[in-house]
Write a protein that binds this ligand. Structure first.
Ligand SMILES: [Zn+2]
Length: 747
């Protein structure tokens, strides 16, 4: 299969939704890498090397053949780190040969000899990619990291070689022009249209000179975005805050203080303490540090990093937005946002602007209410201690907000965790909800090889008892595993290849010492339901072509099934079934349940506002037409003007979750013009939750309908049409506002 969709590869915990800390990761990872690194010109040396590698790929390579394990599950016990590189080389060489054979076929183009043939191509490359990009996230090693670096530009070359091949495109275009007379079923017609779209978007219709220009722009953008990432890494390290006196760390736990001392030691700063910067504007320790001067120092270090000096990203940003706008113009689009959004559910910058504009006022109004409550605490404490009151600043928010939360809800995590034991949550919560809703069942398999001993494998059976999928569950944090949580696919479902899905969920629970129970926070419980929503999207896939399998939908639709599935974590029937004390088996007391549920909406005004500010900033940068992007010296002024315009300007203004110069999602990680995707999907999710609530909730008829109209269809039908098909109308935003507690505060 040719994989072209420019999906990002989430790399770190910060690639997450604003209010809940998680990431998604869909199947299309090969092109994510290719897309991220941009296109570079093919070099003959590597092509020759590839051909040599084909011959060299040993027949006993674990990637040489389709796996003979159940569900074609990868033979993890046979795969060595050194197996990937030769398999990549051989896989790319094989697909290039296949592509050349299709392009030079003397027979007239037909749907089968061109489109289906492309869909059948590259199977070895798919096999190695699926395993490699999953494991480089979940269980990496220095050798795998090195392989990833080496392969990224080669995969980009590979993509160019195929999508800028004029002979190949000519066949696709000819079929596209004849599409209405080919007698294709709807999914096949869509496949033809998608291939044509992928080629056109990659630049296939450009003149030879413009293709050269495109390759150059891609190369420049690729190296600038890599540079952005490397500079940011350095700026984060250099921006760490050094503390001279332990007394200044008042508010941190002894473990945090000793970790800070150790971090300082590792930089030869013995006797001092070091606070490392996280990627977001807000820094987690701001919620705990009692020393206001230190809070201000930490916050200032966060927002000024990578702005000027030796770790500067501002000049790079000016270049990136300029070149992206130029590339969009070359491809015939008014802006980079227009180019990117055309291929998302949203469709146009206007649609995104409208949605953001609709959400911003209620979120800001709620944030102002939250700010007022915080200011009251500040004033009250100042009065009690006869100190001078001060006006709430960004470095105070988390610290006082935490005090408001405690006084309002009066519980802490240690009270609720005993009711959320990992295996109980998995089997009696996550699986139980899916059983009730969709009629599926689960059986653990201990006879199949895994890549790490903590990984568990479940066989999933359909309502009639027939085999449906394999589900891998990798729960624990490890040094060689990315932070955050994500779903991925090892074997995509397709009828073309007769494959059933093999998917996995990865989360990062800290593993307790042997013999101790694994107890979760409610946030972690939610994350399990969330990721399982992605898994269901993969496992229910029922499509003909691998291109359309499961979660291979645009980013602004992919979070819909997952965010929707979160509703069952706090559904009374499901909660009663899993929230039981790990020792006594007693259900969680009602009063505690109510507090936990009520606290879910806390601070939503702030969290939604900081997310929306970043999403608007992203749009502002990428909606600029070529020739109108600011020079380096005007970058920060452009940002200030944008944020000012986005805020209502009365009272406390929430800072963006990322300022421009450290907004890695949009300047390095493939989310350019796409940061809005999380909340766009959440509108659909909360609207669907509302539908469920008004149609009898957790029952088979509801699950079956959602499965038939959405969860089984992957990308085989237009995502907006899938939603309409399910709901009978387009999405409405009110349920999202309600769920975040943002209604009734628009004034
Ligand atoms: Zn997700």
């Amino acid at each position: 299969m040719f994989r072209q969709k420019n999906n990002p590869v989430p790399t770190q915990g910060e690639l997450m939704q604003a209010s809940t800390r998680r990431i998604t990761l869909c199947g299309l990872m090969l092109t994510a890498i290719a897309g991220m690194t941009g296109c570079t010109t093919a070099d003959n040396g590597s092509a020759k090397a590839s051909q040599a590698a084909t011959a060299a790929l040993a027949a006993n390579s674990p990637f040489a053949q389709v796996s003979s394990l159940p569900y074609n599950m990868p033979p993890f016990d046979r795969i060595k780190d050194s197996d990937y590189k030769p398999a990549f080389e051989a896989g790319m060489a094989q697909q290039r040969q296949e592509a050349r054979a299709i392009a030079t076929n003397s027979a007239a183009p037909s749907f089968d000899n061109t489109i289906v043939a492309m869909e059948r191509s590259g199977q070895m490359l798919s096999r190695v990619s699926e395993v490699f990009f999953n494991l480089v996230s979940a269980n990496t090693s220095p050798e795998l990291d090195q392989t990833q670096q080496e392969m990224a530009p080669k995969l980009a070359d590979h993509k160019d070689a195929i999508f800028l091949d004029p002979q190949l495109f000519a066949r696709v275009e000819q079929l596209y022009q004849q599409r209405s007379s080919l007698g294709l079923d709807p999914e096949s017609l869509r496949l033809l249209e998608r291939y044509r779209t992928e080629f056109v978007r990659a630049g296939a219709r450009l003149s030879a000179a413009d293709k050269d220009q495109l390759r150059k722009l891609n190369q420049q953008i690729s190296s600038l975005t890599t540079q952005f990432q490397q500079t940011l890494l350095k700026a984060n390290n250099d921006g760490a805050v050094i503390v001279d006196r332990q007394a200044d760390l008042d508010g941190l736990t002894p473990e945090q203080i000793s970790a800070a001392a150790q971090a300082a030691s590792s930089r030869k700063l013995d006797g001092k303490w070091l606070i490392a910067l996280q990627n977001t504007t807000d820094q987690p320790l701001l919620a705990q540090l009692k020393n206001r001067q230190l809070r201000e120092r930490l916050y200032t270090a966060s927002i000024t990093r990578a702005n000027g000096g030796s770790d500067d990203n501002v000049a790079g940003v000016a270049q990136i937005v300029k070149l992206r706008a130029q590339r969009a113009a070359l491809l015939g689009y008014p802006s980079h946002a227009a180019y990117e959004l055309e291929d998302e559910t949203a469709g146009t910058p206007d649609a995104v602007n409208r949605m953001l504009a609709q959400l911003a006022p209620p979120a800001a109004a709620n944030a102002r209410k939250e700010a007022a409550a915080i200011q009251q605490v500040i004033d009250r404490q100042a009065k009690a201690s006869h100190a001078k009151p001060f006006k709430l600043q960004p470095w105070d928010w988390a610290f006082y907000s935490e005090q408001v939360r405690k006084s309002r809800y009066n519980f802490d995590e240690s009270q609720i965790k005993p009711y959320f034991e990992l295996n109980n949550v998995l089997q009696n919560g996550v699986f139980y909800a899916a059983q009730q809703l969709y009629g599926i069942s689960f059986k653990e398999r201990t006879d199949l090889p895994v890549y790490q001993k903590d990984v568990r494998v479940f066989e999933v059976f359909d309502q009639d008892g027939s085999p449906l999928a394999l589900f891998l569950f990798d729960p624990f944090a490890r040094d060689n595993k990315q932070g955050g949580a994500w779903m991925n696919s090892y074997v995509p479902q397709s009828r073309l290849f007769g494959t059933k899905p093999v998917v996995s969920n990865n989360i990062n629970i800290v593993k307790p010492p042997a013999g101790k129970p694994v107890l979760l926070t409610f946030d972690e419980v939610n994350t399990m339901f969330h990721e399982f929503g992605h898994a269901l999207h993969g496992m229910f896939s029922s499509v003909q072509y691998p291109m359309f399998s499961g979660a291979s939908v645009p980013p602004d639709f992919v979070e819909y099934p997952s965010q929707f599935n979160e509703m069952w974590s706090h559904n009374p029937q499901v909660l009663a079934h899993y929230a039981k004390h790990y020792k006594t088996g007693k259900p969680m007391p009602r009063a505690l349940v109510n507090k936990v549920l009520a606290a879910r909406k806390f601070n939503a005004g702030f969290e939604t506002s900081e997310y929306l500010a970043a999403a608007m900033l992203d749009q502002a940068w990428h909606q600029l037409p070529a020739g109108q992007t600011p020079a380096a010296k005007d970058v920060m002024a452009f940002e200030a003007k944008t944020l000012q315009a986005a805020s209502s300007g009365d009272g406390y203004v929430v800072p963006p979750r990322y300022h421009t110069q450290y907004f890695q999602h949009i300047f390095a990680n493939g989310y350019a013009a796409g940061y809005y995707a999380y909340i766009w999907s959440d509108v659909l999710a909360k609207d669907t939750e509302h539908w469920m609530d008004t149609h009898g909730g957790l029952k088979r008829a509801n699950g079956d309908l959602l499965r038939a109209k959405v969860l089984s269809r992957g990308f085989s039908a237009d995502p907006s049409a899938q939603f309409k098909d399910f709901y009978g109308r387009g999405p409405e935003v009110e349920p999202l506002l309600e769920a975040r507690g943002l209604t009734g505060v628009t004034k």
